[in-house]
Design a protein around this ligand. Structure first.
Ligand code: KG4
Ligand code: ZN
Length: 338
């Protein structure tokens, strides 16, 4: 029987209905981008309130698409970690309520593991064991993955996530929110060598990342240190494109260098990459070049499954195979997770 999956960790309200063989029978994502745009970032309180408004219509849409009612489901799955507390709570409370009303078991999903599982959903061969890279608005982490559910954290960012840096650069250049897609579009017209931005920690052994120094370097190439208001910065379109291209090249260089090092160290056959920043065309291309040179196989989540969605919640099926169900005392775990 199919399952319902619910995702509300940040600013996307999403639900999907997935058959026990992994087929997507219905899916819906309601984005909140327009609500957060004027703040230049996700405002937790605004996000939580918007989830409350949207969660039931989103679930209803997914079920209607699937032509199913709640009593025809096998289980209700929900991302319970990590994310914004208020956002997570809305999804978890909705899932618990529906599980009780429909007399269905509950399954808790780790959002980061789900981002990586999106890669498995795009191919018909097993990608585990592998090295996994999660690059999103909240995370930049490398894992050694024995299975979809057995992940060893190798290292991650010690300050900003890659997506966060993209968003801040986009905001400084007045490109709207979220900045990632806008920065990557503008970068196409820019020169990646125009600015020599830092590749922090690229040669440091291990798998730590840092993007705050890069963010500051970009900031100083946009305006003098004292300037706080970027709204009347006078930069030509070409200068903006050059900044975007040079910034993006710095992020890509570090992500590719550390990922290929991890693949090499652990002699992995596959590198899987998920999260919103995995939608970045320059990153996808550079990783493919590295894979071809080093002889590993790259599996990146399909574009649609890179940013937050509930289809990747199909990882719940793996938990059900192991009889790993959650109780009705399921609580959220908001903090940064490994
Ligand atoms: O995975 P996601 O939807 O949410 C989190 O779990 O954080 O990732 C959102 C992040 C944002 O920072 C967004 O700017 C970034 O992914 N992003 C991109 C691109 N598309 C989305 N960053 C760079 N290039 C893109 N094309
Ligand atoms: Zn995410």
């Amino acid at each position: 029987m199919p399952i319902l999956t619910i995702e509300s960790t940040c600013d996307e309200t999403a639900a999907a209905v997935i058959s026990d063989s992994g087929e997507v029978l219905g899916e819906c994502v309601a984005t909140q981008e327009a609500l957060h745009e004027r703040f230049g970032g996700v405002v937790p309180e605004v996000a939580a309130r918007a989830h409350v408004e949207r969660i039931l219509p989103v679930i209803d849409t997914a079920l209607t698409q699937a032509g199913l009612t709640g009593d025809q489901l096998d289980a209700v799955a929900v991302a319970d970690r990590p994310g914004l507390a208020g956002s997570l709570l809305v999804g978890v409370v909705a899932a618990k309520t529906l599980a009780v009303a429909w007399h269905k078991p509950l399954v808790a999903v780790n959002h980061l593991h789900a981002h990586l599982y999106a890669c498995q959903l795009s191919v018909d061969f097993p990608v585990y064991p592998c090295i996994g890279l999660v690059v999103s608005g909240g995370h930049t982490s490398l894992y050694r993955c024995q299975s979809p559910l057995d992940l060893e954290y190798l290292g991650g960012t010690i300050d900003d996530a890659a997506g966060e840096a993209f968003d801040k650069v986009g905001a400084m250049l007045q490109l709207g929110f979220p900045g990632g897609p806008a920065v990557s579009r503008l970068a196409v017209q820019g020169d990646p060598k125009a600015y020599d931005y830092p590749r922090s920690m690229i040669r440091e052994p291990g798998y730590r990342f840092s993007f705050s120094g890069l963010k500051t370097a970009v900031r100083y190439s946009i305006a003098e240190p004292g300037v706080r208001d970027f709204s009347d910065i006078d930069l030509s379109e070409q200068a903006k494109a050059d900044i975007c291209a040079s910034f993006q090249a710095a992020v890509v260089d570090v992500l590719v260098a550390k990922s290929r090092r991890a693949v090499d160290q652990y002699d992995a056959k596959y590198l899987i990459v998920g999260g919103g920043v995995a939608a970045n065309p320059a990153l996808r291309q550079a990783l493919q070049v590295a894979a071809d040179e080093d002889g590993f196989q790259l599996v990146i989540a399909p574009m649609k499954l890179c940013t937050d969605n509930a289809v990747m919640g199909a990882i719940a099926l793996e938990k059900m195979k192991r009889d790993e169900y959650a109780g009705l005392d399921l609580d959220i775990t908001s903090g940064l997770q490994r």
